[in-house]
Design a protein around this ligand. Structure first.
Ligand code: ZN
Length: 245
């Protein structure tokens, strides 16, 4: 778009040597930097402008490009005023809300395991592991009577990456857990119970297959009036493949 640049070629050739007067031979970094300088749009524009000026006879050759110093790795500090004020460093360290949800002190008794009414399995994936998620999803739907959700191709609810989920009843737990352990295909899977406290279900009562990942459930609320106290599981699959045993 700038037309032929005869001077550009002349400028490139000696660049690696002429711009490195400290050394007799250019290093790889020198050469990389020289090419980066040359190929940058800013430099090309400056060179083109110089050539255009030369074509009109006003300038002998392209202007020398002012060398740009290294970019400051620390951006200049803002001149505004902190919205936090200037006393936050004096604040006392607050105690965490609780050891377990809703309990300010160590509990006197353990919880009843029968408070768990059902389970969810959330399978996480990304653009590289989508095919694994699709295969695992089909395997599950073909074999288990579960409530299978749709594809979440973007973060949804407390789940911060793409995912799908299936819900299942307590009786399937002794089968689903080992089955997922052996068939996760390496995907990260969150297994959480469903009690009356969804926030705790996701943050404090979870099991993970493979690596854990963040779950943004801190803002989850307990069901409101008129809502079921615990999420219901309504199986919607039609399994047709006998489970491999
Ligand atoms: Zn869930």
């Amino acid at each position: 778009m700038h037309g032929p640049l005869p001077l550009a070629a002349a400028t490139i050739a000696p660049m690696t040597h002429d711009e490195s007067p400290r050394r007799s031979e250019p290093t790889g970094d020198d050469i990389d930097q020289a090419w980066a300088d040359h190929l940058s749009p800013n430099r090309r524009q400056v060179m083109a402008a110089g050539l255009a000026a030369a074509a009109f006879g006003g300038v002998e050759g392209a202007p020398s490009v002012a060398p740009q110093g290294p970019q400051d790795p620390v951006p200049p500090q803002g001149q505004g005023k902190s919205p936090w004020g200037y006393e936050t460093y004096k604040e006392p360290t607050p105690a965490p809300v609780s050891l377990r949800p809703g309990e300010q002190q160590l509990p006197a008794q353990p919880r009843r395991y029968t408070d768990i009414k059902s389970y969810h399995a959330h399978i996480y994936f990304d653009e590289d592991s989508y095919a694994k998620a699709a295969l695992l999803r089909k395997w599950v739907a073909d074999r288990f009577h579960v409530e299978l959700g749709n594809w979440n191709r973007e973060p949804r609810g407390p789940h911060v990456t793409p995912s799908f989920y299936f819900g299942f009843t307590n009786d399937l737990l002794p089968v689903i857990v080992p089955w997922l352990q052996l068939n996760s295909l390496g995907l990260t899977i969150l297994l959480h119970p469903n009690t009356e406290d969804p926030r705790a279900d996701h943050l404090h009562y979870a099991l993970w297959v493979n690596r854990a990942q963040p779950v943004n459930a801190y803002g989850m609320k307990k069901p409101g009036p008129g809502e079921p106290a615990v999420e219901q599981i309504c199986p919607n699959t039609k399994p047709s493949v006998p489970l491999e045993t």
